[in-house]
Ligand binder design. Structure first.
Ligand SMILES: O=C(CO)[C@H](O)[C@H](O)COP(=O)(O)O
Ligand SMILES: [Fe+2]
Length: 232
């Protein structure tokens, strides 16, 4: 059993007003914040790192009644290098790319030892089957629905086959999709079985983020209910 989770990506935020922009999104009902860390090497772009995450954590303290989950998407070449820094900065989930490590199990163990939930992501050209041997050890699988590196790209519907394969095999797994998720693409992702939805441009760029968040969540809830998978 899983639940719908909306994780808006701060890549599409107004960085000069990051704290207040994120407050508006969280007040609009987002359960998680998706923090895209890019190193300019694994992907051809640079975004942000631990110092920004630490500043943002001060705005969303863990002592809050419903602390916001910091869902860190690590688009970096050496994911083990940043585990301690991100944990100290206040990361809750550490999702690294399968393509970036030569020993995913070792990296998974290190993330867990640092006290974070662990996710593993696959780029569009990576077959989802690579996750099968490690799936029992992870908290989340992230299926990229764009080539990682930039926000505002077009959703790749052909990635939904990967989500379906994972959902059929692992009904209790958190399956996240990232890239181009919006009102016109959510149904495909929800029907395939995704339950954690990243929305950058569609949520941070919306006039009414709360309405978009509700829309995304109800699509996921409808599909999970139809599959008998929704956590009550
Ligand atoms: O990981 C990412 C890019 O690599 C981002 O999370 C993603 O692109 C979200 O932005 P948008 O919803 O605008 O596509
Ligand atoms: Fe991301």
């Amino acid at each position: 059993m899983v639940q719908p989770i909306i994780s808006p990506s701060i890549l599409a935020s107004d960085f000069a007003n990051l704290g207040s922009h994120c407050k508006c999104i969280v007040n609009g009902g987002a359960e998680w914040l998706h923090l895209d860390v890019m190193d300019g090497h694994f992907v051809p772009n640079i975004s942000l790192g631990a110092p920004i995450i630490a500043s943002l954590r001060k705005q969303f303290p863990r002592s809050d009644p419903n602390p916001v989950f910091f869902d860190c998407h690590m688009m970096v070449s050496n994911p083990e290098q940043w585990i301690e820094d991100i944990a100290k900065a206040g990361g809750d989930g550490y999702t690294f790319h399968f393509e970036a490590t030569d020993d995913a199990l070792r990296t998974i163990k290190k993330v867990k030892a640092a006290g974070m939930k662990v996710g593993v992501s696959v780029k569009p050209k990576t077959p989802v089957e690579v996750l099968f041997p490690i799936v029992e050890e992870i908290d989340l699988a992230l299926v990229m629905t764009v080539e990682p590196g930039f926000g505002g790209q077009k959703f790749m519907p052909e990635m939904m086959a990967k989500v379906e394969i994972l959902r059929n095999k692992y009904p209790d797994l958190n399956i996240e999709v990232d890239g181009g998720l919006a009102k016109d693409t959510i149904d495909a992702a929800a029907k395939a079985g995704a339950n954690v939805i990243v929305g950058g441009t569609s949520v941070f760029g919306a006039e009414n983020p709360a309405e978009v968040i509700d829309f995304l969540r109800s699509s996921v809830a409808t599909s999970l209910t139809a599959k008998g998978l929704l956590t009550k």
